[in-house]
Design a binder for this molecule. Sequence first.
Ligand SMILES: Cc1cc2nc3c(=O)[nH]c(=O)nc-3n(C[C@H](O)[C@H](O)[C@H](O)COP(=O)(O)OP(=O)(O)OC[C@H]3O[C@@H](n4cnc5c(N)ncnc54)[C@H](O)[C@@H]3O)c2cc1C
Length: 296
Amino acid sequence: MTWPHSCIRPHELLADHTSFRIGGPAEWFAEPSTLEELVDVLRAASRLGLPVSVIGGGTNTLAADRGIRGVVIHLGREFRTITDLSHPDEPMATVVCGASLLTQRLVYLAAKHGWGDLELLAGLPGQLGGAVAMNAQGIGQFVQQVSLVGFDGTVRQLTREQLRFRYRFAELEPGIVTEVILRFPKVPPAEAYERIRRALQYRNTTQEIRLPSAGCAFKNPPGTGAGRLIDQAGLKGARIGDAQISLRHANFIVNLGHATCDDVLSLMEYAQCRVHSEFNVHLEPEVRVVGEQWCR
Ligand SMILES: Cc1cc2nc3c(=O)[nH]c(=O)nc-3n(C[C@H](O)[C@H](O)[C@H](O)COP(=O)(O)OP(=O)(O)OC[C@H]3O[C@@H](n4cnc5c(N)ncnc54)[C@H](O)[C@@H]3O)c2cc1C
């Protein structure tokens, strides 16, 4: 099959696009550089009956070893724009961001310009579109508006009132976030910088950042930490293949070199079973699994 779009290539290895370094090929991998190109690709995929999925920084994604059928959309660098709309005298900053903007670029600019409260996102890997889709670190509280292209190619704007954010979850219609408007209080840049510096220091001492992972494997159950339960079940260091429960943070599963998606899923199931039998608590995955094997 040939596509009229130069932004599409076949059999792109998803291991190259995920922080876990795991994943087989995407049947088609599209990196549109404009909204028009994105809409065009989505309409073509819909005509061809191909399933569509979306990946941002791939830092919360576990991709199947056998890969993903259909078209995987990865917004191009052209969606990394950021514009500050606010007047210097206003107490609040309003910024318009492209969805493939790196979340850490936003944090860097927050330290520089004095955008307050963004220390919440300090050290959070991935892109802004992915962060909004995951409501990572409660980013939803800053979101004023989201531009979203439905998988059928229709473009719409969703206002704050139309959006629902829950713990590590955003209730969005199926589609691709292309732009986000965020609003936060302004603070003196030195204060923003210091708050971000401290948040980064805390993250670096508590999280597993040396080995490939997708961050926390499970959501925290009400009133407790998933990592604490996994640790108390004696599972730190437990290993299946090259997937291991981190010795540093029990809610992180790390790839020791050649872990497969199957290894990680088996280890997640093992942790779920052990925590359930010891504490009668069900651990819900936080990491999103995409591709052929996601039926567990
Ligand atoms: C070392 C490490 C530490 C982490 N620490 C934290 C933490 O402290 N707190 C936290 O909340 N998370 C954490 N994470 C998880 C992850 O970084 C966040 O969830 C991040 O915001 C995901 O962004 P991403 O672009 O990588 O998303 P991806 O993994 O690419 O995608 C995640 C989900 O969002 C969807 N998506 C991505 N882009 C778009 C888009 N443009 N439009 C619509 N849907 C989209 C995908 O389809 C998928 O369902 C950590 C991960 C790692 C590796």
